[in-house]
Design a protein around this ligand. Sequence first.
Ligand code: FA5
Length: 340
Amino acid sequence: MKQRIEELKKSFGEALALSTDSASLENLRVEYLGKKGHVASLMQGLRDVSDKREAGQLINAFKNEVEGKISEASEALQAAIIAAKVRSARKYNPTLKPERELGSYHPITLATREVEEVFVSMGFAIENYDEIVDDYKCFEALNIPKHHPARDMQDTYYLDNGQLLKTHTSAAQNYIMKKYGAPLRAIFPGRCFRNESTDACHENTFFQMEGMMIDEDISISNLIYFMKTMLSEVFHRDVKVRLRPGFFPFVEPGFELDINCEICGGAGCPSCKNSGWLELCPCGMIHPNVLKEGGIDTEKYSGFAFGLGLTRLAMMKYGVKDIRDFNSGSLKALSQFKSI
Ligand code: FA5
């Protein structure tokens, strides 16, 4: 028995030295300590031994030695694995450059800035205005009394407190007339909200840019001049537009300024609802009632106003087929505007 144990100790020592991963250590454990392992067969061999006490002690000592060495080896192996992981982990280095991609401006921001630049160069001030307004600002001050059918054209989100999300940037006209008086030249971009069913050219949340010019002797020719200048400066190319009569209670006369669809070239596509044209910038001469409501002397002054659809302008300028891409939050779509 003694000799057999000595032989097993030797072969265990050799096998242990070769067991450098957890799988081979486990195999070794099964080979020596498993149900059918060497230790078990030594125990069976006890039957044929005369001094069972001494042999039993020897087997137990061998078993403890094998257990201890396997567990030592397995702890050492785990420690080596952790140490290797720590070594291979990236070290903190305060001098490394941040791995960040440059962000990009939203195309609406880019388009807004471009239009702003054009109007600022023509002496217009830029104004900002609330997104939550009251009925007076959004409708009544604009010659749209309660129950006027024109209200149906703008499906409005009303708040519980009676205020509403502004449906158009015209809602700031009254405030700006009162703030500056006449003469005045101002543009005021802003986000508008309408409870619309959306499609390739309609969103429920979109941007407009309102503009107003009030002075002595302002006429439709001034209006047309400013619209033409703005379009040619923003598109940097000739774009086909058409002016047709349009009805808005706050202008008289009123016009619809449509742009030939830049996506299909006028042939008709979903972006222009197959008409070849897109309503872009309604405009007109400010109605005397609106001027009066804003405290402007209508004997002396007249003016024009326009409501440019900024989101649609960005669609046409950058060739974006579906207006919903702008609010999608998709970086894949929006990060393409980095270098524009
Ligand atoms: C108005 O909002 C008027 N306040 C514009 C105006 C101002 C007229 C000053 C006269 C004088 P309209 O509802 O048509 O008008 O909207 C103006 C422009 O905003 C449209 O031509 C279009 O370009 C854009 N627009 C309107 N509704 C949406 C929508 N749901 N999604 C995207 N753009 C829209």
